[in-house]
Design a protein around this ligand. Structure first.
Ligand code: SF4
Length: 78
């Protein structure tokens, strides 16, 4: 799901992309091309791989342009 041009979400995490920080090293597109796509908009598809794989790839971003945070999981109402 996309709610803003540079903010992307799945059920577990929110990912942000800061274009001004990106140094175009292409590490994300080469490392996890099904999520970080160079020819399709929106260019990030968080449904295309597991959250753990996405986090691992984001942690390899050399510029810090990609960041993520975990969503709060609400406790079930009892
Ligand atoms: S890995 Fe980071 S710096 Fe490299 S292209 Fe992707 S967002 Fe930009």
């Amino acid at each position: 799901m996309e709610n803003n041009k540079n903010t992307f979400e799945n059920s577990e995490i929110t990912v942000t992309f800061a274009p001004k920080k990106c140094i175009n090293a292409d590490k994300c597109a080469k490392g996890l091309s099904e999520v970080f796509r160079t020819t399709v908009l929106p260019w990030i598809d968080l449904e295309a791989a597991s959250t753990q794989k996405i986090i691992t790839q984001i942690n390899k971003c050399p510029s810090g342009a990609l960041e993520f945070c975990h969503k709060q999981i609400e406790a079930p109402v009892t």
